[in-house]
Design a protein around this ligand. Structure first.
Ligand SMILES: NC(=O)C1=CN([C@@H]2O[C@H](COP(=O)(O)OP(=O)(O)OC[C@H]3O[C@@H](n4cnc5c(N)ncnc54)[C@H](OP(=O)(O)O)[C@@H]3O)[C@@H](O)[C@H]2O)[C@@H](O)CC1
Ligand SMILES: [K+]
Length: 503
């Protein structure tokens, strides 16, 4: 699913009105019907609903939803923000319709004194501002937001919590943003919905389709996209009857150091469970019995060092390399990583300490092969590019980094984002908080390595790997819940996760 900017959404909205064609009033009614249906299914009509409507179409939606719900015997009160200019267009027509219906008390709010008392038991429907917000809230709107947030009432935001910008909130003040329990967003999630600092403002997000014109959606270009199963199903490669283990590549995993060999075992296991033909794990000598015992399917290449990575085997046999989990950053390992990069290793995924080494030696970044995949968590990414004060800035840095070095940057998080060398960013929404556990990242590295070593292009390996990792985590959480979930559970669910793509 494409993620558009709020400016693009306004253009798509206008195109739909002209080309469907449909009047703006009818489009607003269509959107409002969707939201009304959601309220009917989720909120009891014994609750008193307090609507707040702003000056634009977001307010128009609130006015229409109040009328539709009042017809269904919901008890509604309407408070309209009065800037002294009156409403225009479709919102003005909806105000007239609501007044003519005579079922809802409508009050204008011109100053703080006009504000109602909001009880904890009420439900607030927030239609102050939506995608037309163009500056931080202040004055009366900011006061309303403060009151709503302080009331303890359940808040349902129409399209977007009022005060939240669709994209960049780096100069916004979160105390002036509505804190919703549910956000009913129209047709497309907004970019700012994918940033962790906004989770508590958005609550649970419901994307409600409102039938915007498919042609303009298809033709409008955006660098941002949400991963969906349809796209990934197309990417999964079918296995022919005549395939053999040589068809599915030979992966080389370089991971683990003394005391942390588990990272290597987890990544190797996940790699094998992702369909690779053959896997060689390169390990310090002390890791040899561990790997051979834990995972008989893996072959081993033994480092001269007993404790850490200092040398890599000849690369000719391998179709992809994964390096980094629990490697350590000792000088010998650093030197060996540099030599590996100088040997032009081809398809490669770098994680954890491989990235930490690169942040200690930024001059080696230029050695990264084109289309290498880097899988940092936010801290590792910060070490590479410096601190970012918010997710929007971090996202722009992620895009810049991917373009500058022509690599894929998989920034791990609740919505893992994958930035590509050509400036695209894909967001993932599979996975769950239970996966914030030791070894989870090693499993992802193993999956991506397994896919890379087969015939998957780096882009497809990154997208499919991230998505499958999340699905496997979700399946594992169904069995163990979030608290008890460990990385091995995710590996156990990989089979079912691949099967969910039905090939
Ligand atoms: N997607 C779709 O197709 C559909 C979308 N729909 C709905 O439309 C919504 C978008 O509507 P919208 O464009 O009218 O914008 P909205 O947010 O209501 O308000 C803009 C007004 O606020 C003002 N203003 C801005 N910032 C301000 C501030 N800080 N403090 C004070 N004022 C401020 C600004 O005026 P300004 O002061 O800038 O002149 C302007 O008057 C969208 O979220 C969805 O709910 C559906 O109806 C149907 C289909
Ligand atoms: K809103």
């Amino acid at each position: 699913m494409k993620i558009f900017s709020t400016q693009q959404i306004a253009v798509i909205d206008q195109f739909t009105i002209e080309q469907e064609p449909i009047s703006d009033l009818d489009l607003m009614e269509r959107a409002s019907l969707q939201m009304t249906n959601w309220v009917v299914q989720n909120i009891s009509n014994e609750k008193k609903l307090m609507f707040f409507a702003g000056p634009g179409n977001n307010g128009g939606d609130a006015l229409a939803v109040a009328r539709l719900l009042a017809d269904l015997d919901y008890q509604c009160e309407m408070f309209v923000l009065d800037f002294g200019k009156g409403l225009k267009g479709a919102p003005a027509q909806n105000l007239i319709r609501l007044k003519e219906q005579r079922k809802v008390l409508v009050q204008m709010i011109a100053s703080e004194d006009d504000l109602p008392v909001i009880e904890k038991e009420h439900v607030v429907l927030d239609g102050l501002f939506g995608s037309g917000l163009n500056r931080m809230l202040d004055g009366l709107p900011a006061t309303i937001v403060e009151r709503v947030n302080a009331s303890g009432a359940k808040v349902v935001a129409i399209d977007i919590p009022s005060g939240l910008m669709g994209e960049d909130n780096s100069t916004n003040d979160r105390s002036r943003i509505v804190k919703a329990e549910h956000t009913l967003t129209l047709q497309f999630p907004k970019l700012s919905f994918f940033f962790p600092e906004h989770e508590a403002l958005l609550g649970k997000v419901e994307v409600l389709p409102i039938g915007l014109h498919p042609q303009v959606i298809e033709e409008t270009e955006t660098p941002y996209c949400l991963l969906e199963p349809d796209l990934l199903e197309q990417k999964l490669i079918c296995r022919s009857k005549f395939s053999h283990k040589g068809t599915f590549g030979h992966a080389l995993l370089i991971a683990g150091s003394y005391g942390k060999m588990g990272a290597s075992v987890l990544a190797a296991n996940a790699c094998l469970r992702s369909g690779v033909g053959l896997l060689t794990a390169h390990l310090p000598h002390s890791g040899y019995p561990i790997m051979q015992t834990a995972l008989p399917e893996a072959m081993c290449s033994i480092d001269p060092s007993d404790l850490m990575f200092t040398e890599f085997p000849p690369l000719d046999h391998f179709s992809a390399i994964g390096i980094g989990p629990a490697l350590g950053v000792k000088p010998n390992s650093r030197r060996a990583l540099k030599q590996l990069l100088e040997a032009k290793p081809g398809k490669i995924v770098l994680d954890a300490d491989a990235l930490n080494i690169l942040s200690m030696h930024p001059e080696w970044l230029k050695l990264l092969p084109v289309e290498a995949i880097l899988t940092p968590h936010p801290k590792e990414f910060e070490r590479l590019v410096g601190e970012s004060s918010n997710s929007y800035t971090r996202l722009q840095r992620q895009r810049d980094f991917a373009r500058e070095y022509q690599v894929y940057v998989v920034l791990k998080g609740a919505h893992t984002s994958i930035a590509t060398p050509d400036g695209m960013v894909y967001f993932n929404n599979t996975g769950n908080p239970g996966m914030a556990t030791a070894g989870s990242g090693d499993v992802l590295t193993g999956i991506i390595l397994g896919l890379l070593a087969q015939a998957y292009e780096p882009l497809d390996a990154a997208l499919l790997g991230v998505w499958i990792h999340g699905v496997a985590g979700d399946l594992a959480a169904e069995r163990s819940g979030y608290h008890a979930l460990i990385a091995s559970d995710v590996i156990q669910s990989l089979g079912k996760a691949f099967l969910s793509l039905r090939k």
